[in-house]
Design a protein around this ligand. Structure first.
Ligand SMILES: C[S@@+](CC[C@H](N)C(=O)[O-])C[C@H]1O[C@@H](n2cnc3c(N)ncnc32)[C@H](O)[C@@H]1O
Length: 336
């Protein structure tokens, strides 16, 4: 049976196979499950655990590499949004503040950045980051889903940004309508999304971009564990759209002057930009997924695990990896 388990990095196992050798291990005990963030006790959640811990294997060097890569995406999204001086900018799915924190500098003292997310823990994380900068006056924090942006009044913002959020939203048409609703006439959106459908699933002899020729049987079992980790709906949300759908959705929501740039790159390097083999094994490719190490353990017997990890390590050491990515940048305006 063909299934796909896409990721934010675009890593998509090719097909499901018979059940894993072992059940997936329960999530590791999370010492930060109730984090005291500023003055409020906030429970961590799937999203905050992934963005703040599991995406980068709790490894500072790995996080640095990820942030360095994402900072280029962030800058491009903000640049495409046009002049931001004095603007009210809403960042939908603000996460740990990648876009919103930089936007604070760009909107200046007369502008406002609204950090919106469905994760309380991430909202509080952003609030603390803004507080640490002494910039609370220029920020607001709103618990809101992209599907309705319910707490954001109509025609109240100048710019909506979002990065790698719609990919997780099943009803993207509602999200585009909500972004259109909250914008003032003449307001604009600037967004970035990976387009997994264009490049994945990856070939059988690749695992996260690494050359696993000689262990494709084992790679398939591990990919199957990833495929099974996705809840219903998540695969469709991540895989069920391409660049043309984004244009259509923007147009149907009422946007005009829509401009989309699709970038496709096939280049040396791994999908997760892993700095060490340990960082690779400790990273989870998306919020629903186990870490690579957890998936390997769940999928393979001990001798198989050793063979697979040895092959992966060799590919890692010899830099035998190809990253295949398709991404889209979209800007569009609300009619004046
Ligand atoms: C991949 S992270 C991206 C975070 C941030 N935009 C960035 O650029 O780093 C996805 C973010 O979307 C948020 N999210 C997921 N589903 C959402 C939804 N339906 N509405 C709003 N935010 C959502 C998550 O909590 C998470 O912060």
């Amino acid at each position: 049976m063909l299934t796909k388990a896409p990721s934010q990095t675009g890593w998509v196992p090719r097909r499901t196979l018979p059940g894993p050798k072992q059940a997936l291990p329960p999530p590791a005990p999370d010492v930060q499950s109730v984090a005291i963030l500023g003055r409020v006790a906030v429970e961590s959640d799937l999203w905050s655990r992934w963005l703040l811990d599991r995406r980068d294997a709790r490894d500072a060097a790995q996080r640095g590499v990820t942030i360095e890569h994402l900072s280029h995406v962030r800058d491009r999204v903000l640049e495409a949004a046009g002049s931001l001086d004095g603007a009210t900018l809403l960042d939908v799915g603000c996460g740990d503040g990648l876009i919103g924190l930089r936007a604070l500098d760009l909107v200046g003292p007369d502008g406002t950045v609204i950090f919106a997310d469905i994760s309380d823990a991430l909202i509080e994380h952003c609030r603390e980051a803004v507080r640490a900068r002494g910039a609370l006056d220029g920020a607001r924090f709103v618990l809101a889903g992209a599907e309705d942006l319910a707490r954001i009044p109509a025609a109240s913002v100048d710019v909506v940004t979002t990065r790698s959020v719609l990919i997780y939203v099943e009803d993207k048409a509602r999200a585009f309508s909500a972004m259109h609703r909250v914008l003032r006439p003449g307001g604009r959106i600037s967004l970035f999304e990976p387009i997994n459908r264009l490049m994945f699933p990856e070939p059988d002899d690749r695992f996260g971009g690494y050359d696993v020729t000689g262990a494709t049987d084992l790679a398939a079992k591990v990919k199957a564990v990833f495929a099974r980790s996705e809840p219903p709906g998540a695969v469709a949300a991540m895989m069920g759209f391409d660049d043309r759908d984004l244009v259509r959705l923007a147009e149907e929501a009422g946007f005009e002057r829509i401009h989309l740039e699709c970038h496709i790159d096939v280049e040396p390097g791994s999908l997760m930009r892993s700095v060490t083999l340990d960082a690779l094994l400790g990273s989870a490719p998306n919020p629903n997924a186990p870490t690579v190490g957890e998936a390997i353990t769940a999928a393979l017997s001990e001798p198989e695990r050793q063979r697979f990890v040895a092959g992966l390590e060799q590919a890692f050491t010899e830099d035998r990896a190809v990253r295949r990515m398709a991404v889209a940048y979209v800007v569009a305006c609300k009619r004046r």
